[in-house]
Write a protein that binds this ligand. Structure first.
Ligand code: ADP
Length: 615
């Protein structure tokens, strides 16, 4: 069934977002997902503070080590200093381990919460959204972007607390030794502020491109794996290899650019360090030679300065990681911000099965009109067939009835109630649908049938399986109804899959039955078995069927012929044949196709002759 693109409120690409957009994204992440872990994060922060402070303590100990031990030759001081250094390292080990475990736990919980929230949200979106957005792209957003976020955000968090504290403690030591030296150490900073800002923007842009390319790769893989049979029989392997290769190359370029940007950040810090060391050595060295400062003071300052550029380098990398995380967040939120357009009314009215009426219904996909003042009636408890050229709008009728899409104007009523006034869940509860694709999941046949009614007992499942001739083939299988069907039901034949889908509908036992060409993909023998099961299922229900092979609808109580979005004829088979209009032409066209191709009366060209609007 095709549904319109009705949902996206924002496009999947949000266009250019500057670095200034990072803060709102992070604020939203904090508010929605991270804030509830505040106590854990505070504990982690305490551990980070301890871990970070150990570096300052280490560089501080260098001064007594030089001045007391090496210069003054105080032998007892060496033991105290050695013990202090060992203690500092042990503290660093314990605090580092603790904070990493805590932060990693929060990162994983935030990621899985985001994934769950994303799926919750996607399940509520209009069917049209999933036609406009490829599964691969959505999977990449739900899984890939959240994982990318987790990796960068956890790494950033772990680094940020510890290194910021290290930075402060080392800076304190430097200032304590000589504030003028400390100023000289950072002479390179002002010149490099602009390059740093430009690098951030570069990382954000290239990461955004890389994430987009990753989506494309996932989409391509999804298409390849689902289309493997077509690829093989059409010998398209090399074509797919080349196409995938080109897309991988695109991804690689963007990813390498992004990583290069990230790698450039610490390099910029090293340039600042080079300028700082040069200045301090020239200025401070002269002061030591002049006897104004001790060697210990200089060594302490120098150790603090050497140690300081390391966390500074890592912090600069964090700023790159934050930009990368923001690129993923942008994509996740673009998906979470899409709103469903088919919504339950504020005060839904109850709806019950009965006569189905379309009254002057108009519908368009974008600007393209599909249904134009379509009016017809399907009587309760009877079978009504919808017939017409391909693209006439028959499947659209089903999508409107189930409120996968909403009509632009006109009214659709069931038992006298407008479907738009009812809760879509109540409406869909009245309907069982069997389409061209049986939509099986990689579970057992019994579990697949159970999807028709989740609280069904095993006896009810077996009865439904028997009614739909499923047991006719499962009886010969070792595991019977417990046989797994494989991905999308791949280990069953087309006819078997459809029988499972019919068993599902039998189990559902809904008063309204929608059949959208369920036998179109079947061979004649399978079609007969499936058709017989469908005829049984339709008994006593209000059935609307889209017929592919016109021979299958001769016995329908009513046939409605749809052309160019409107009902052009309706009546019984005999009445319409006698009329000699579009229906009679379609029947004649199928009969002549059947004769030419030797497939008998039930044969037909694929689709419905004449194929006016191929999909
Ligand atoms: P039928 O079932 O009679 O073959 P459909 O109801 O599937 O016809 O489609 C009616 C028309 O709407 C066709 O022209 C088709 O191309 C168009 N259409 C169907 N689905 C979509 C969609 N998701 N987006 C845009 N156009 C669509």
């Amino acid at each position: 069934m095709d549904f319109g693109q009705t949902a996206p409120a924002r496009s999947s690409s949000t266009g250019y977002c500057g670095v200034s957009d990072t803060l709102p994204l992070l604020r939203r992440l904090w508010r929605d997902e991270v804030r509830r872990f505040l106590p854990v994060l505070l504990a982690a922060l305490i551990l980070m503070t301890l871990e970070g402070a150990t570096l300052g303590a280490m560089s501080y100990l260098v001064q007594p080590l030089f001045d007391e031990v090496f210069v003054a030759g105080n032998a007892t001081a060496v033991q105290g200093i050695a013990l202090a250094i060992a203690g500092i390292f042990t503290l660093r080990a314990v605090a580092g381990f603790g904070q990493r475990v805590l932060v990693m736990g929060v990162g994983l919980k935030v990621t899985t919460a985001l994934q769950t929230r994303a799926l919750d949200h996607l399940l509520d979106l209009d069917a049209g959204y999933f036609q406009a957005n490829a599964p691969g792209d959505l999977i990449e957003r739900v899984r890939g972007d959240t994982l990318a976020l987790q990796q960068t955000a956890s790494a950033a968090l772990m680094t940020v607390g510890r290194d910021a504290i290290s930075l402060v403690s080392l800076l304190a030591v430097m200032l304590w030794v000589d504030w003028r030296w400390a100023l000289i150490a950072f002479v390179g900073v002002p010149i490099l502020i602009l390059p740093l800002a430009l690098l951030q923007r570069w990382i954000r842009d290239t990461t955004r491109q890389a994430r987009g390319s990753a989506s494309l790769l996932s989409t391509r893989l999804d298409e390849i794996f689902h289309g493997m049979v077509s690829i093989k029989v059409n010998r398209l392997e090399d074509h797919e290899r080349a196409r995938f290769g080109r897309e991988v190359a695109g991804f690689l370029t963007a990813q390498i650019r992004s990583e290069t940007g990230k790698a450039a950040l610490p390099a910029v810090i090293d340039v600042i360090a080079a300028a700082g060391f040069l200045g301090v050595l020239l200025y401070g060295g002269a002061e030591i030679l002049a006897g104004e400062k001790t060697v210990g003071a200089f060594m302490s300052f120098f150790t603090a300065m050497a140690l300081l550029f390391d966390p500074l380098r890592r912090l600069s990398m964090v700023s790159g990681q934050v930009q990368a995380a923001a690129a993923s967040l942008e994509r996740i939120y673009a998906m979470l911000d899409v709103r469903a357009t088919v919504l339950p009314p504020a005060a839904p009215v109850p709806i019950a099965a009965g006569r189905l009426v379309f009254h002057d219904v108009d519908f368009a996909y974008g600007q393209e009109p599909v249904l134009q003042r379509l009016s017809f009636t399907a009587e309760a408890g009877q079978t009504t067939a919808l017939v017409g050229p391909s693209g006439a709008g028959k499947s659209t009728v089903f999508a409107l009835l189930t409120r996968l899409i909403d009509a632009k104007s006109g009214a659709i009523t069931i038992g006298g109630t407008d479907v738009a006034a009812a809760d879509p869940a109540d409406l869909r509860g009245l309907i069982a649908y069997v389409g061209q694709d049986a939509a099986l999941f990689d579970e057992t046949i019994a579990e697949n049938i159970r999807l028709g009614r989740l609280d069904a007992t095993m006896d009810e499942i077996c009865a439904a399986a028997a009614a739909a001739s499923v047991t006719a083939f499962t009886d010969a299988m070792a595991a019977g109804l417990g046989t797994r069907v494989g991905p999308r039901g791949a280990s069953l034949s087309g006819g078997q899959r459809q029988r499972v889908a019919i068993a599902r509908a039998v189990l559902r036992d809904a008063p309204i039955l929608l059949l959208d060409e369920p036998t179109s993909a079947l061979d004649t023998a399978s079609e007969r078995v499936v058709q017989a099961a469908l005829t049984d299922l339709a008994k006593g229900r209000t059935t609307l069927m889209i017929a592919h092979r016109l021979s299958t609808i001769r016995d329908a109580d009513k046939i409605v012929v749809i052309d160019r979005g409107g009902a052009v004829e309706s009546g019984s088979h005999d009445a319409l044949m006698a009329k000699g209009g579009l229906y009679a032409n379609l029947v004649a066209a199928q009969a002549s196709f059947g004769r030419q191709n030797g497939v008998g009366g039930s044969g037909s060209p694929p689709g419905h002759a004449p194929d006016r609007h191929p999909k």
